[in-house]
Design a protein around this ligand. Structure first.
Ligand SMILES: Cc1cc2nc3c(=O)[nH]c(=O)nc-3n(C[C@H](O)[C@H](O)[C@H](O)COP(=O)(O)OP(=O)(O)OC[C@H]3O[C@@H](n4cnc5c(N)ncnc54)[C@H](O)[C@@H]3O)c2cc1C
Length: 464
């Protein structure tokens, strides 16, 4: 049995950030994950926007943690090489009611501490996004909204946690819990690969957080998986989307947007559909048709470009309109639930908040003086030079000059590096998230066999 001071369940962005922060102290930490890789749940399939939090409900925990998380992640990205581009966003009003809502949205942004929004005319809207469909009446600029790589974010946080000494227990699904037999005794997480005894438990299980909460003796909320489907357009579409184009938000969420990606593509989506199946990450004909309809109105020229991929993610929606973060001192347990559509941005601030709660409850969290430097992550973004573009790097290691995936320009050197990294990929999807291999126009049709052979050989090329 593994015994630790704190077990964090869930190695998405939120759990990884919490484990990383806890591992900065002298506590022993385990990051317990059902799947065979980190970031394989909601954190791998979202719209990858680093939000300012301008449209959050003022005074909510979410609003505070999104604003703080945005700053923390921006700084962390600069230190670790997580790709971020500050494209800004333009919120577009298409009806008179939406125009009338803009001053209120600006006031809301200011109540959230974000003062850079500016209302603009239809002319300014079209000057910024010339390919927008006809009929836009006005807009609101949000200059600090940014695009980011969600995969690298999750991987960086988990890698940091492991390098700081956290035990990463992949393939450990928590199936039941034995509550402490004595007030000071450990909580035992029973997983399908053995037991983990923990003095404290943090539940960051995303879509499974309500189930785990019940195992830990509560009955306070139900997660509704809210599916968001997205279409990815080829890189030729990129000039059409110089900024993130947002609709005026409704009670159902942030609505359908057009956004550039850090990999040079353009995304259209997401949908918002409440389901019961927590594993329904497939895409649907209805979703495709719905998005095409929106796309035709928002940016008709986009629909002339080719869709290279479609994907879906599941938000962990609850009845609450805020995050559900709660410390149960008696059970030595922290719930981190309902981290809905902003958790990529807020993750590091959620971790800071949870550590604050634990410290208030008496857990010793003095920072260790001997922390390793944060990891330097592979460069997946188009804004900086990729390995195949770096002559010096190729001269010292020719593997960076051997392209394996031609659509995304991924080299044998990057695939090898991923295979020998702190958290190597468990399968070709994990390799995609670490390198972009097979993620392009051909979706692995040409390079798939080569990529899989490299993965099977641990990144070693047959000729070397
Ligand atoms: C369509 C869509 C668009 C979004 N867009 C954005 C955006 O632009 N910007 C933004 O900031 N956020 C966005 N989000 C939200 C963001 O992706 C999530 O808030 C965030 O990824 C949640 O991270 P998490 O760690 O809480 O959950 P997850 O990433 O789901 O991690 C939870 C982990 O817990 C594990 N787990 C569950 N049950 C158990 C168990 N019993 N035992 C062990 N492990 C378990 C799961 O396998 C999973 O890996 C979007 C989400 C969606 C779906």
């Amino acid at each position: 049995m593994t015994s630790v001071d704190v077990a964090v369940v869930g190695a998405g962005i939120v759990g990884s950030a919490i484990a990383r922060d806890l591992a900065a102290s002298h506590l022993s930490v385990a990051l317990v994950e059902a799947r065979d890789d980190v970031g394989d749940g909601t954190s791998k399939a979202n719209t990858a926007i680093l939000h300012t939090g301008f449209d959050a409900r003022p005074g909510s925990l979410e609003s505070r943690l999104v604003a703080r998380g945005c700053r923390l992640l921006r700084e962390y990205a600069a230190r670790t090489g997580i790709p971020v581009e500050r494209t800004g966003a333009l919120l577009v009003a298409w009806t008179d009611e939406e125009v009338a809502a803009l001053p209120g949205l600006r006031a809301k942004a200011e109540a959230n501490g974000y003062t850079a929004c500016r209302q603009v005319t239809a002319e300014e809207v079209y000057a910024t996004v010339p390919h927008l469909g006809p009929g836009a009446l006005a807009g609101l600029t949000v200059p600090d909204e940014s695009i980011i790589c969600t995969w690298t974010t999750n991987l960086a946080l988990a890698t940091d946690a492991v390098r700081r000494g956290a035990a990463l227990l992949l393939g450990h699904r928590v199936t039941s819990v034995r509550l402490p037999a004595t007030p000071a005794g450990p909580t035992v997480l029973v997983t399908d690969r053995g037991e983990v005894a923990a003095r404290w438990v943090v539940n960051a299980a995303g879509l499974g957080a309500d189930h785990l909460d019940r195992m830990l003796g509560h009955d306070r909320f139900t997660v509704t998986p809210r599916r968001g489907e997205l279409l990815v357009f080829d890189k030729l579409a990129r000039p059409l989307a110089p900024t993130i184009v947002l609709p005026v938000p409704s009670s159902r969420g942030k609505g359908v947007l057009v956004s550039p990606t850090v990999y040079g593509n353009v995304m259209l989506g997401p949908t918002a559909e409440d389901l019961t199946d927590r594993s329904a990450t497939g895409t649907s004909e209805e979703g495709f048709a719905f998005l095409q309809g929106w796309g035709r109105r928002l940016m008709p020229a986009l629909l002339d470009e080719e869709v290279t991929a479609a994907y879906a993610g599941l938000r962990a929606a609850t009845d609450s309109d805020d995050y559900l973060v709660d410390l149960d001192v008696d059970r030595r347990y922290v719930l981190v639930g309902g981290i809905r559509s902003t958790g990529l941005t807020a993750g590091m601030a959620v971790a800071e908040h949870v550590c604050g709660l634990l410290a208030d409850a008496g857990l010793a969290l003095e920072p260790r003086p001997d922390l390793p430097e944060p990891p330097r992550m592979p460069q997946l973004g188009e804004a900086g030079p990729r390995p195949y573009q770096e002559a010096d790097r190729i001269a010292s290691d020719p593997a960076y000059g051997r392209i394996v995936c031609f659509c995304e320009r991924v080299t044998a050197g990057e695939i090898r590096d991923a295979c020998v990294s702190t958290i190597p990929p468990a399968d070709s999807d994990g390799l995609r998230r670490r390198t972009r291999a097979m993620n392009g126009r051909c979706q692995g049709f040409y390079c798939g066999a080569h990529v899989r052979a490299l993965l099977a050989s641990g990144g070693v090329e047959a000729s070397s």
